[in-house]
Design a protein around this ligand. Structure first.
Ligand SMILES: *Cc1c(COP(=O)(O)O)cnc(C)c1O
Length: 365
């Protein structure tokens, strides 16, 4: 039996006729930037997150970057961020010129270790960027408390957390700003690059909208030097269709995650721990083991595709050599990157495939 990590073509075929109709009507409309399709998706997505506003962007990295810019973060400022994350979280901060201040992860949740945040706050700290890794929300209650006490803004990286919620509040309506990616492999994915920011602040909404479109809210009147980062109507029309299935797809993810949690041998592997106070979006199901490479080879021999998220943490990437982080500066994150591997988990898997993964992983080694 073959178990691909992800099968985006299969997802497409399930909605083929509807999606083709949508794409055709979008192309035939003669409107290729902005317009009704984009507004409709922004409205749908902000409703989905129970936040007041949504601005769509060209991708998730831009959403994070424009969010930071709207908070007027730049050179001389410091931003606190998870050390265990996809590199885009760090790149967004780097692009503003602000200093990246990483915090090590919590062993169980893979998320930012909130107990370590306060030590790193200085007069220059402007914001905290929690990343909801693999779909599980960070400890937002504590993060909000710290932010309030120190007058910091919160910009969440929710690129892996579509549909997750924390203490009953959907991700997207918790911090000052929440950045999203609709990269095809995410829980809600477009047919290309796309992203968004959600917020409850009208002021930040207007600012990000302006920043994403040349610093202009009114054509040919530019109030600030802005950028060009917009979602095209084609992607918006696809996302408007796909968002209808997001809840039920997340439920399927949850069901698969529960099978893995119940049936994988937890005396052998370190299984992910999900927090009682939150609803996990199960973007990824990450297992840890010291002999990861052996296990991956075995799974491969059984035609089970597994991927590592992520093998090199941002602070040890060549791209950030100039920041001079040493090995062992974030031991938990480094331990995760050496031991973690992600099992296939997506709404297209059959129960036979899920049980095949369980059986083979349990008998590996
Ligand atoms: C995917 C991802 C991003 C970046 O999104 P793009 O749309 O690919 O730019 C940012 N942060 C995290 C945690 C991600 O997983």
């Amino acid at each position: 039996m073959k178990v691909p990590f992800l099968d985006l073509k299969k997802s497409y075929l399930e909605i083929e006729s509807k999606v083709e109709e949508k794409i055709l009507s979008s192309v035939k409309s003669g409107r290729y930037i902005g317009g009704e399709e984009v507004e409709q998706f922004e409205n749908k997505f902000s409703k989905f997150c129970r936040s007041n506003y949504c601005v769509s962007t060209g991708n998730g990295l831009d959403a994070l970057f424009l969010g930071l810019k709207s908070l007027e973060i730049g050179k001389g400022d410091e931003v606190i961020v998870s050390s265990h994350t996809f590199i885009a979280s760090w790149l967004a901060i780097f692009r503003t010129g602000a200093k990246i201040v990483p915090i090590d992860s919590e062993y169980d949740s893979f998320n930012i270790d909130v107990e370590k945040i306060e030590n790193k706050i200085t007069k220059k700290t402007k914001a905290i960027m929690p990343v909801h890794m693999y779909g599980q929300p960070c400890e937002m209650r504590k993060i909000k408390k710290i932010a309030k006490q120190n007058n910091l803004k919160i910009i969440e990286d929710a690129a892996q957390a579509h549909g997750a919620s924390y203490r009953g509040n959907p991700v997207g309506s918790i911090g000052d700003l929440t950045a999203w990616s609709f990269y095809p492999a995410k829980n809600l994915g477009a047919f290309g690059d796309a992203g968004a920011i959600t917020t409850n602040s009208k002021r930040l909404y207007r600012k990000i909208k302006s920043l994403s479109s040349y610093g202009s809210l009114k054509k040919y009147e530019n109030e600030i030097p802005g950028f060009n980062s917009r979602m095209d109507p084609l992607q918006a029309s696809v996302l408007s269709l796909k968002i209808k299935n997001l809840k039920s797809e997340n439920l399927k993810r949850k069901k698969i995650a529960e099978i893995y949690l119940n049936e994988l041998d937890n005396s052998k592997f370190i299984l992910p721990v999900s927090n009682d106070s939150s609803e996990h979006a199960w973007h990824l199901f990450c297992v840890r083991h010291k002999k990861r490479n052996k296990i991956l080879d075995y799974l491969k021999s059984k035609s089970i595709e597994s991927i590592i998220h992520y093998p090199i943490p941002p602070h040890l990437q060549k791209a950030f050599e100039g920041l001079n982080f040493k090995k062992n500066s974030f031991p938990v994150t480094e331990n995760i990157s050496k031991t973690v591997f992600s099992l296939p988990l997506n709404p297209n898997l059959t129960m036979d495939q899920v049980h095949y993964v369980v059986k083979n992983l349990n008998s590996s080694l």
